[in-house]
Design a protein around this ligand. Sequence first.
Ligand SMILES: [Zn+2]
Length: 424
Amino acid sequence: MITLLRPLRFIVLVFVTTGMSWAGPDAELAAERADWDEIRLLSHAKDLHDSFLTLDTHLDVPIVLRRPGFDISQEHSWVDDASQVDFPRMRKGGLDGGFFVVFVRQGPLTLERRLQAVDEGMLITRLIRETTEVHADLAGLATTPREARRLREEGKHVVFMGIENGYVIGRNVDLLEQYYDLGVRYFGLVHTRNNDLADSSTDRGGPQHYGLSDMGRAVVDECNRLGMMIDVSHASDKTVWDVLERSKAPLLASHSGSYAMYPHARNLNDPLLRQIAAGGGVVQMNFFSLYLMDTVPDAERDAEIDAWRERYATPQPLPMDVDIQRRIEINQIRGRYPSMHSDLPTAVDHIDHMVSVMGINHVGFSGDFDGGGGIADLMDVSEMMNLTIELLRRGYSDEDLEKMWGGNVMRVLAEVQEVAAEMQ
Ligand SMILES: [Zn+2]
């Protein structure tokens, strides 16, 4: 089986990275659609969303699920409730589902805080599972592409799980298997600061391990063995190169943009994009405003943001009710000042660039909703179709959209699981 599959995968890889499916936007299609009015564009977008699986790979909704009384089956507002994801709005935006993120903020690398992070990670994982059980009529947990497609056919939302920040395993690589058994299917090595596994792209102290640590390398091997996708978003460039060299399976960047389009440390440069594609991986374009473009200066707005920051500046984690209030207030400021946001055409410029560098088989989408994401006209999951409309205008085909809306990341998950099966 092993000898049979290896050359096959090689052929598929060559086809994918150099073959006929490179194409992205088509000028003729764009010219044809220039005559379409908004109604025709919207109706075509709706037909597409009805016809294929649509996934967002980075939904921070568990942060909101932890609020007392929050009900994901009810509709909320991003301005008044500081909530960007719920099932009714997914339905409106034509989003089948995506990866609910187990996120634990990076704290000190002490024994006590590592143990706390382990507890918190497990608690959030169980909360996501409970949510799908409580709302079993509306949604279900998926761990494979097949399960996702079955849920969709049953008319249910698809809930995958992913981890953001390797802090959640403390120094215990064996915990990865527990997460895998609970249904987690991607593992993000690092968040905004360096941890035990790897260097972050945004740690003000600079590199600590110069890429992956020994523990980080053991984690990559374990993810390969288990069939867990490795998420390199937030990792430093050197960390990503190290993972590319070490991993036997394709990589995922669950929420990242293009550095060539906007030079922010959170974005991926062209050589990295190219190498991720060459390894069969996928990069999911992130709709986090600060990483996409310089926004219009506005002194009054900035003063309000500074005052808001000051109100909540504390070295201690905020109590839940204070944190909710903090998020509501920043969203009210966001509501008052649309100039705070990057715009949708700029986000799609990033996508165009990524497709030109990587090919259509290696790009997808993620809102980073409930985790700080959102750009003008794409402020919550109910507005997802605006993205499709802009991509249709640019000349992306129906097939291109099916790949980017979920086909690509499901291919990567299947391949990662196939690599694990071969290693057994
Ligand atoms: Zn993030």
